[in-house]
Design a binder for this molecule. Structure first.
Ligand SMILES: [Zn+2]
Length: 134
C-alpha cells in the first residue's frame, strides 16, 4: 500500500545550493521544521509571531531572514516562508487530498497537529481553529 502520510517537497539540489550551504546546521533544521509546520497546519507559508518561537531560536530566525528563506510580515509581525506556495502543497490542494482520502488518519490530522505544535507546548495560535475553540 502506498504511504498515505503527507509530505513536503525538497529538491535534490537543496542541500548543496549556495543559499543553503550558507546556513548553520541549526538554521537548516529550523527551516525544514518550519516548512513541515506550515504544510501540516495549512498556513500557506505564513508563521505567526507565536508559532515561529516554537520552530526556531531567534538566532536561527535571523539567519533565515538574512539568507532570504524567511520574510518579515510587517502587517502582522509574523513571518512568511519564501516561495512556499510556489513549491509546496497549498491549502486548497491539501483539503482536496484529505477529502479524497476519506481516511480516519487524515481527518484527525489537524487536531493532532494542534496538539503537537500548540497544546503540548502551551501555545495559543490565533490562526488555529482548535486553539480558538479551546
Ligand atoms: Zn492550535
Amino acid at each position: 500500500m502506498k504511504d498515505q502520510r503527507h509530505w513536503i517537497k525538497v529538491t535534490h539540489e537543496f542541500p548543496r545550493h549556495p543559499k543553503t550551504l550558507a546556513l548553520s546546521d541549526g538554521a537548516f533544521r529550523s527551516l525544514i521544521t518550519a516548512w513541515c509546520y506550515a504544510a501540516e497546519m495549512k498556513t500557506d507559508g505564513f508563521l505567526t509571531k507565536n508559532s515561529i518561537k516554537t520552530l526556531a531560536k531567534p538566532s536561527k530566525i535571523s539567519e533565515l531572514l538574512e539568507a532570504g528563506f524567511l520574510k518579515k510580515d510587517e502587517k502582522t509581525g509574523g513571518y512568511i516562508l519564501h516561495d512556499f506556495t510556489k513549491h509546496q502543497t497549498v491549502k486548497e490542494e491539501t483539503s482536496k487530498q484529505v477529502s479524497q482520502q476519506k481516511n480516519a488518519g487524515s481527518q484527525g490530522g489537524k487536531a493532532s497537529a494542534h496538539k503537537r505544535w500548540h497544546a503540548d507546548k502551551g501555545i495559543k495560535d490565533p490562526e488555529c481553529e482548535h486553539c480558538q475553540a479551546a
